[in-house]
Design a protein around this ligand. Structure first.
Ligand code: MIC
Ligand code: SF4
Length: 653
């Protein structure tokens, strides 16, 4: 029987388990990627496990925490640079660009398995790499040569026909997909694009689409590797990395979605979720206070030149502020060479450094209650750094239309004011200057490197084995679609990523600023903290801190209607038991503050039981829960997580 591309790549990398949909498999990993905000923990874990060598092509990027207010970020960069040097990891220096954009330009390879400690790692699916965003500890283990474990996914084929109209671009395609698939209910699936429409999309377009596929919650998204891929790699001087990849004609898919590119019109995601999608036409006229262009979704040469060309001869509307964060040093060099930078500067753009910046809310936060139009991928409440800001997600074309008019406007209407559409051709040769990478040295040279740890670099805290019975309390009850940005906010607190006790003070802050205090008090009294949640708990970022910090506060179980993939693995990795309500009415009946007993939890996990009963002692009700752990995870959850299980209890210094 024929295979999809995803099946072909997975099957050629399987080292444990059988290729059966829905079952856990272990795969060999070719490449690993970290960024600084998740990376410090990854390398502390790598060291704690006792690895001394990397077995993957490993890359360490610095792009998230580049603000450097205080010593913390700089200390982290120094640690990352020296730890990379010591263990033979390629280090991308701050200033080189956003990990996914740079990786796509210089390292992503068709047919290779990449895992990265960032949920937008599937950007590399734009060249046909099987790229998966995972928790940091999973990256640490893979770097040391261990397999990466995942559920063999079901595959959704998105069959593209037609060709995008003028003023419509890749962002509109993925917003359309999000309108169909939504941000929940897609766990266990992967997306493969196919059909004759694929050939009409360039690699940067494809990468925008696979990047934001992360918002649907699928394991990964990927495009075939064809002559367009070869053409892109040639322009990057990497034609030797090309192989042809396509699904077999008789491959079977678990779902097929037909999408006619010719019918797509400019789309927009309204506050506060990437799946709150409408056509731009429907919200035209809304006044805009801020426009931000950039992020790993839309910061390529094509995207910035599009904006620059539209803005040629215009100045940003007087009532708004306009910022641009280019995706990489390569992008900066090329838009400078081709006149794009000049037109952006003349339009009044505040040129920001090539980094995540506004997207992660550590700069360029909008004013109170303001409307911000952004080309990034997430608009969860508060993520921009301003709780009551209204963040809309748009294409570069729609962003540029707002810069000129100060309102949300369908970019097709720019023609009414005399602006002509211009298709952006990729340059014949990208400017590929790798001098901001520090490549691995010889073993001898590496031995001389001292790993530098400033005072911001703290131990990864230790967890205790799971108690035989849990006596706890519902420390917080939250609703549906609670993201890791709600659990473990980034923005101004990003600088504490390497300092768990300090960062843990802010767990659940956007929802309940007293959570952390309450949880610590419980922990001191010997009461186990339990989190109760609705649908799609833990969607969004891959940050393992959303499990690691609750673990530090004494959380040992989560009861939820559903839990998203990466977060579920992170919970297990740090010894928190993920449990699912079997009767949804139990979610309604349970209250914050209820006293909960889960008798013989260790026994149930050890026995391989699928279900367990908890007793709500406050309401005197029994709650039936499904244990969401694989056989492999059961072993280490009982030990308190993967690090204690391997005999390494954390503490790398
Ligand atoms: C994000 O977009 O939310 C982040 C910041 O890139 C995260 C990683 C992190 O929290 O450090 C992600 O997407 O995984
Ligand atoms: Fe950075 Fe934003 Fe991309 Fe996350 S989504 S990697 S914060 S640019």
């Amino acid at each position: 029987m024929g295979k999809s591309i995803i099946e072909k790549i997975l099957d050629s990398h399987i080292v444990e388990g059988a290729p059966k949909k829905g079952e856990e498999i272990g795969i060999k990993v070719d490449q690993t990627l970290t960024q600084d905000a998740t990376g410090t923990a990854v390398y502390l874990e790598f060291e704690a496990i006792g690895f001394t060598d990397v077995k993957t092509e490993a890359l360490s990027y610095v792009d998230h925490n580049t603000v450097q207010v205080g010593f913390e970020n700089a200390d982290d960069h120094k640690y990352l640079r020296t730890v990379a040097g010591k263990y033979g990891i390629t280090f991308s220096r701050p200033g080189n660009g956003i990990c996914h954009q740079v990786h796509l330009e210089r390292f992503a390879k068709p047919g290779r398995v990449l895992i990265g400690s960032d949920s937008h790692t599937p950007t590399a699916g734009g060249v046909g790499s099987l790229a998966i965003g995972v928790g940091g500890l999973d990256v640490a283990v893979a770097m040391g040569g261990g397999p990466f474990y995942l559920t063999y996914p079901k595959v959704i084929k998105i069959n593209l026909t037609g060709k995008l109209q003028k003023w419509v671009s890749a962002k509109d395609v993925i917003l359309n997909v999000l309108e169909i698939l939504k941000t929940n209910g897609n766990v266990g699936y992967a997306i493969e694009y196919a059909g004759e429409g694929v050939r009409t999309l360039s690699v940067p377009d494809r990468a925008t689409i696979t990047n934001m596929g992360a918002e649907t919650g699928v394991t990964t998204s990927l495009f075939p590797s064809d002559e367009i891929t070869l053409d892109f790699l040639m322009r990057e001087g990497r034609e030797n990395d090309w192989i042809s990849l396509k699904g077999d004609p008789d491959a079977t898919y678990d779902k097929v979605i037909e999408l006619n590119l010719s019918e797509i019109e400019p789309m927009i995601a309204l506050p506060d979720s990437p799946d709150n999608v409408k056509t731009v036409r429907e919200v035209e006229g809304t006044k805009v206070n801020q426009v931000a262009v950039g992020s790993c979704t839309n910061s390529s040469y094509r995207d910035l030149m599009t904006v620059a060309n539209i803005l040629k001869g215009h100045v940003a509307h007087k009532d708004l502020e306009f910022g641009v964060a280019p995706g990489s040093r390569q992008v900066i060099a090329m838009i400078t060479e081709n006149g794009g930078m000049e037109s952006l500067v003349k339009a009044g753009a505040r040129i920001m450094e090539t980094a995540c910046g506004f997207c992660i809310g550590n700069s360029f936060s909008p004013g109170s209650g303001e409307v911000s139009l952004r080309t990034n991928n997430r608009n969860f409440k508060g993520r921009s750094g301003t709780t009551d800001a209204k963040v809309y997600l748009v294409s570069p074309e729609t962003a540029a239309a707002a810069v000129i008019t100060g309102t949300i406007l369908d970019p097709r209407r720019l023609e009414d004011i005399g602006i002509r559409y211009e298709d952006i051709e990729l340059p014949n040769k990208f400017i590929s200057d790798d001098s901001m990478f520090i490549f691995p040295l010889s073993r001898e040279e590496r031995e001389k490197i001292e790993i530098l740890r400033g005072p911001n670099i703290k131990h990864i805290p230790k967890n205790e084995p799971l108690p035989l019975d849990i006596y706890g309390s519902v420390t917080i009850k939250v609703g549906d679609k609670v993201t890791t940005d709600h659990i473990m906010p980034a923005g101004q607190y990003l600088k504490y990523r390497s300092n768990i006790p300090k960062y843990a003070e802010h767990v659940f802050e956007p929802l309940d600023p007293d959570f952390s205090k309450r949880a610590l008090e419980n922990k001191e009294k010997g009461v186990t903290n339990i989190i109760v949640a609705g649908e799609s708990y833990g969607q969004g970022s891959s940050r393992e801190h959303a499990a690691l910090c609750p673990m530090y506060l004494g959380v040992r179980a989560v009861f939820a209607k559903t839990i998203e993939r990466i977060h579920l693995d992170n919970l297990a990795n740090f010894g928190i038991v993920p449990l699912q309500f079997i009767n949804l009415s139990d979610y309604d009946a349970i209250n914050q503050g209820d006293e909960i007993e889960i008798p013989e939890i260790v026994k149930a996990i050890e026995n391989g039981s699928e279900e367990i009963f908890a007793l709500d002692k406050t309401t005197n009700k029994e709650i039936k829960l499904k244990i969401l752990l694989t056989e492999r995870q059961r072993k280490f959850v009982i030990a308190g997580g993967l690090l204690p299980y391997t005999g390494k209890i954390g503490g790398a210094t």
